[in-house]
Design a protein around this ligand. Sequence first.
Ligand code: C5P
Length: 246
Amino acid sequence: MITIDGLSASGKGTVANRVSRELEWNLLDSGLLYRVVAYLASEHNLEYWQEEAIAKLVEQRIRIEYSKTGIQASSLKESRELRDSIVYVLSDSLQHKTVQWNGKDVTSIVRGNEISRGAALVAASRRIRSVLVPKQREQRVEPGLVADGRDMGTVIFPDAQLKIFLEASLETRTKRRMAQLGAANTDESFHRVLQSLKDRDERDSLRDVAPAVPAHDAIQLDSSRLSVQETVDFVMRKARNRGIID
Ligand code: C5P
């Protein structure tokens, strides 16, 4: 079990994806789950403070399915009626993750900036986080799991053999997030993206429940001046040193 935590756009998602591919392990992108929750809440016209109603939706309506070859929501066991009321997070061995709802692929909406804010709001709810705990722990399957998020090493998998907390300067993270969003390279969009990251950093690291802070036994790594491959190599080296892999 390897956890990679960090703030938004610290590069943890990309690094976790590459590491899990190199190891041929399963990958848990926990941020995607919080995004799915925010999306589901808005599709049901719920406000983010309606924790109890949202927690019920999470229990009944979110399924994570993994298959080596890739799966379509349409091929799943449930009746059509039920299928349409469930959000599926589907994954394959190449770590492609898609989100499907009502027979539509909603991945890009769920990954978009609109949902980011909602995700950070639902993520501050202790009640909503608690119903997501078993869904995340269920992803720990043979031969191993790489999990990325904010509280993977502190709350969800405290016994992980290797915990990384990835850091990068706010400026680096802003540029990474802009590239991810395909945002125009202007001062105006730089400041807008920077401000939204700052707001989210504050919310994620100062909240009472599962704040985005390094676990006491995590290795903190600043990736501002490292390429993705250098960061991945660092993680692989640590995993080898600890005897997690050959
Ligand atoms: O990583 P990503 O930006 O997709 O996460 C979206 C939001 O979900 C974060 O801003 C954070 O508030 C929340 N989150 C969390 N705990 C995690 C992963 C994400 O609170 N383990």
